[in-house]
Design a protein around this ligand. Structure first.
Ligand SMILES: *Cc1c(COP(=O)(O)O)cnc(C)c1O
Length: 415
């Protein structure tokens, strides 16, 4: 079974009976006519992996690269981390795993999401490991073995819901699931996982409760059913950075990209030693493409949501909400010009936004503008962290990174 090839526009070329995967085309550096771009610092990724590994102690690190590696571009990130010695990768979708294999990635890949359509055979053929929690998963993988498409048994990880109420076998129903498992000798449980709902909360009580339930379920599987997986894992970035729930494998996503899951204090510290060592890997930059002086009282942008309180210099950037600059940043966001922090003024529109550069002496056409990341210029040096953008946009840093849309080309930098 092979995955359907698609044209650039995403139209299927093969009959619809074959599994179809969505492979939208991301803007490439060659498409970068517009100066708006995201730069990914590969050295920062390697640095963050080292920090995370130190934090994990002897546990393995499987970097979570779902959602196009949190918007950084999964193939390039995976190649960099694989060479830097990561132990494996986790993705949400089968399609994301296929993309990594197509990019030549050989490391273990765990597919966490649990929707395999009719592509169980494809997953096995591409040497990925599925997460299972439902009888239909067991049937799907057993069918692959019975059809002679792969030798059994197929290694799987079982997901246990210990209090997140999202995916997995409820921890109180683990015995019933183990009885199902016993009917499928084509499937072998090599891993157990759970996901923590409150690892970044101030209180550690929820995590402790989830881990107690996970331990109990593990013990019941072993004693009652002889199921003894080789590895257990639970920790996301927040748990790992706190040194909790590390077990045999940790599954950090956000921390790999240099962003702390903990709220950053106004002095830009988290009070957590490992978090403060992380280096944000992504910078999003554009340039001033128009510049005008407006009189006091002049309206700026759609809906006249901003009025100049004094005679002002307003600069236009070719980046808007369709690029991932949230419309919530209207009159709330910031940008860096010549090393100085300036406000986003007026409504962020689809393709553009305006900034107030009145207090930036020398601001000119084609000046670089940073909306995420660091900038050093004649007027100073400053950084805009994903957490700061998230707060201004009333969301979380995970969303800030994954919103950077596919029309923004990614450039990879080895500083
Ligand atoms: C996204 C995800 C992770 C990684 O979470 P971060 O907070 O980004 O570290 C780990 N495990 C599962 C199941 C996930 O869905």
């Amino acid at each position: 079974m092979t995955l359907t090839k698609t044209t650039e526009g995403g139209l299927p070329l093969a009959p619809p009976s074959e599994p179809r995967v969505l492979r939208p085309r991301r803007a490439a550096p060659a498409d970068a006519v517009r100066p708006t771009r995201a730069e990914v610092n590969l050295a920062a990724l390697r640095h963050n992996l080292r920090v995370v590994k130190r934090c994990a102690g002897g546990s393995r690190v499987w970097a979570v690269l779902k959602a196009d590696a949190y918007g950084h571009g999964a193939p390039a990130v995976a190649r960099t981390l694989e060479r830097a010695g990561v132990d494996g990768f986790c993705v949400a979708l089968l399609e994301e795993g296929v993309e990594l294999r197509d990019a030549g990635i050989r490391a273990p890949i765990l597919v966490m999401g649990g929707y395999y359509g009719s592509a169980h055979g494809e997953l096995v053929a591409r040497e990925m490991t599925p997460v299972v929690y439902d009888r239909s998963h067991l049937e799907g993988f057993a069918r692959v073995v019975r059809a002679g498409e792969a030798p059994g048994p197929i290694d799987v990880h079982v997901k246990i819901d210990t209090g997140m109420a999202r995916l997995g076998v409820n921890h109180t129903q683990i015995d019933a699931f183990a009885e199902e498992l016993a009917r499928f000798p084509e499937v072998r449980v090599v891993g157990l996982m759970t996901h923590l709902a409150c690892a970044d909360a101030d209180s550690e009580a929820e995590t402790a409760l989830q881990m107690t339930r996970f331990d109990e379920a593990t013990a019941r599987l072993a004693r009652g059913h002889g199921v003894r997986p080789e590895v257990r894992h639970a920790a996301n970035s927040a748990a790992l950075l706190r040194g909790e729930a590390t077990l045999d494998v940790a599954r950090p996503g956000l921390a790999i990209f240099g962003v702390s899951p903990r709220r950053i204090a106004p002095d830009q510290t988290t009070g957590d030693a490992f978090s403060s060592e992380l280096v944000q890997a992504m910078t999003v930059r554009s340039e001033i493409v128009d510049l005008r002086d407006v009189p006091e009282g002049a309206p700026v942008g759609y809906g006249a949501l901003f009025h100049a309180a004094r005679p002002s210099r307003i600069a236009t950037l070719p980046m808007g909400y369709a690029d991932g600059l949230s419309r919530h940043l209207t009159n709330e966001g910031v940008a860096l010009v010549r090393g100085r922090r300036v406000p986003i003024v007026g409504a962020v529109s689809m393709d553009m936004c305006m900034i107030d550069v009145t207090e930036v002496p020398g601001a000119s056409m084609r000046d670089e503008v940073v909306v995420l990341g660091e900038q050093e210029g004649p007027l100073g040096k400053d950084v805009i962290l994903a957490d700061e953008v998230a707060r201004a946009a009333r969301t979380i840093p995970w969303e800030v990174l994954t919103q950077i849309s596919r029309r923004v080309p990614r450039f990879y930098r080895e500083p």
